[in-house]
Design a binder for this molecule. Structure first.
Ligand code: GDP
Ligand code: IMO
Ligand code: MG
Length: 463
């Protein structure tokens, strides 16, 4: 190019000219059934994109009697003709990705050029997982008293320490670095010294980390992942210019968002839709549809405030009926009534244009059901605003509306209009309070156990 001349990039069409792209995002504390809904919408999209989190996520897709649990790979991988992208905002544990490759391939799932991983995604190293566990142990052993235990109850997948290194910059390793063994080794020389000292400070007796061995191992993973590692920002923009539709698959959930969740009992990324632009390089205005996923009740895994928690026989019953045990860690999930103050806040922050109400079948058989519509504050006043600060949220008491329950099994319902009147009333009240329409009602883990725009979803063709 002659000096002084500037050739603009070939941006002839703008993202806004393409069909709207869709975001799927959890409106509670995770495990809302995002995997199922992503699977449901995949056929209408071309590229499925993860923008945040890492192997802390566990997304279940059930196809007939086949159950798939996906952690790092987008749920769209089950369709061989769709492209999948792990964006720059994700923290990638290469060992876990390769394990997931093996498990999926053993079940006949194709993984090749259909999966791209951002060269700018940060790498979860073994010392991040050790640090995560060591900090949790340290905090649960050393902190007690009025404010209780300060540990978060993380998944111990190294998520927090990896994002901390990203923000610290000088100690971070990115996927692209795994492709340059000499550079990787030089970075690890410094990082390993520092990390050994930090682990010792947390009381971990560890042999000094060996940078040469670690560099060799991770460069090996890099070599195996080389065909997938690339600049995904250009790949996504190229796809949009070619008229492809993107589906963003949120991991974790809005109330676990590092900025907008129940801090400090959150994860370390922007899991709300606000994380999409930063985590993929796609501007927010390109997304036309935001489907917020919400269970018909609430659950939470790990520590942190949960105003509507049912730490009793009813909570136990919901846990058993909903099979509320973690997809990633197997931990029993805490269960409680639906908190609409929280859901309305998440829908606002995420810009939800519609809601998918999942696990609705689980509520059948209760004499009455409750919806939390306001909080009572310690001074006796009431508010319909969420309080994302954990300490403040711990002090509220839920104010409930009680509705009559229904006894019918909803799993085979064919139409929203023919659901039992009390079940319909429950859905309508949610729409009134949140102010967003329920577009999808999920009545079981399977694809076909779903009402889309009021009608039973047809069985989808699969790989
Ligand atoms: P995700 O992390 O949001 O993808 O959700 P998980 O997969 O961790 O947890 C949701 C669980 O509920 C999975 O076991 C799903 O198979 C299951 N599931 C999803 N939708 C429904 C539903 O409508 N009814 C029932 N009974 N189970 C569902
Ligand atoms: P999906 O995508 C439920 C929770 C953990 C812990 C906190 C921080 O399956 O909905 P971390 O390991 O991220 O540092 O843990 O966040 N958490 C989740 N809970 N579902 C998830 O993902 C979660 N991802 C993180 O239990 O309380
Ligand atoms: Mg999950």
């Amino acid at each position: 190019m002659p000096a002084g001349r500037y050739d603009p990039p070939a941006m002839t069409t703008h993202a806004r000219a393409t069909p709207p792209h869709t975001a799927i995002v959890g409106l509670q504390w995770g495990d809302e059934g995002k995997g199922k809904i992503v699977d449901l919408l995949t056929s209408e999209h071309d590229v499925i994109v993860r923008y945040n989190g890492g192997a802390n996520a566990g997304h279940t897709v059930q196809v007939g009697d086949q159950r798939y649990a996906l952690h790092l790979i987008p749920s769209g991988i089950l369709y061989p003709d769709k492209a999948c992208v792990i964006g720059n905002g994700v923290v990638v544990d290469p060992e876990k990705v390769l394990q997931e490759f093996e498990t999926l391939r053993a079940r006949g799932v194709h993984i090749g050029g259909n999966l791209k991983i951002s060269d700018r995604a940060h790498v979860v190293m073994p010392y991040h997982k050790e640090q995560d566990a060591a900090l949790e142990e340290y905090l649960s052993a050393k902190t007690s008293g009025d404010r209780g235990n300060l540990s978060i109850g993380t998944t111990r997948r190294g998520i927090g320490p990896t994002y901390a290194d990203k923000v610290r910059r000088s100690t971070a390793i990115r996927m692209g670095d795994l492709l340059d063994p000499a550079y990787l080794r030089s970075r690890l020389e410094v990082v390993c010294k520092l990390r050994t000292a930090e682990l010792e400070a947390l009381g971990v007796q560890t042999a000094p980390l060996d940078p040469a061995a670690l560099a060799e191992r991770y460069a090996g993973y890099g070599e195996r992942l080389r065909p997938h590692i690339q600049d995904t920002v250009y790949a996504l923009h190229d796809a949009m210019r070619a008229g492809k539709r993107l589906l963003f698959e949120g991991a974790n959930a809005s109330l676990l968002d590092i900025d907008h969740g129940t801090f400090p009992y959150v994860t370390s990324s922007n899991c709300s839709t606000l994380g999409i632009p930063a985590g993929t390089g796609v501007p927010g205005h390109a997304i036309g549809r935001v489907l917020g996923i919400m269970k018909a009740y609430s659950t939470r895994v790990g520590a942190g405030p949960f105003p509507t928690e049912l730490d009793n026989e009813l909570g136990h019953r919901i846990r058993e009926r909903g099979r509320e045990y973690g997809t990633t860690t197997g931990r029993p999930r805490r269960c409680g009534w639906l908190d609409l103050v929280a859901v309305r806040y998440s829908a606002m922050v995420c810009g939800a244009t519609g809601i998918a109400c999942t696990l609705f079948d689980v509520l059948s058989g209760l004499d009455e059901v409750k919806l939390c519509v306001r909080y009572r504050l310690p001074d006796g006043t009431e508010t319909d605003r969420f309080l994302p600060d954990a300490h403040r949220l711990e002090s509220v008491t839920p104010v409930y509306e009680t509705l009559p329950g229904w006894s019918e099994d909803l799993r085979d319902a064919g139409d929203r209009a023919t659901l039992p009147a009390n079940a319909r009333r429950y859905l309508e009240r949610i729409e009134q309070v949140v102010g967003v329409p329920i577009e999808v009602v999920s009545l079981g883990p399977e694809r076909t156990q779903t009402l889309v725009d009021g009608r039973r979803a047809a069985a989808l063709a699969h790989a």
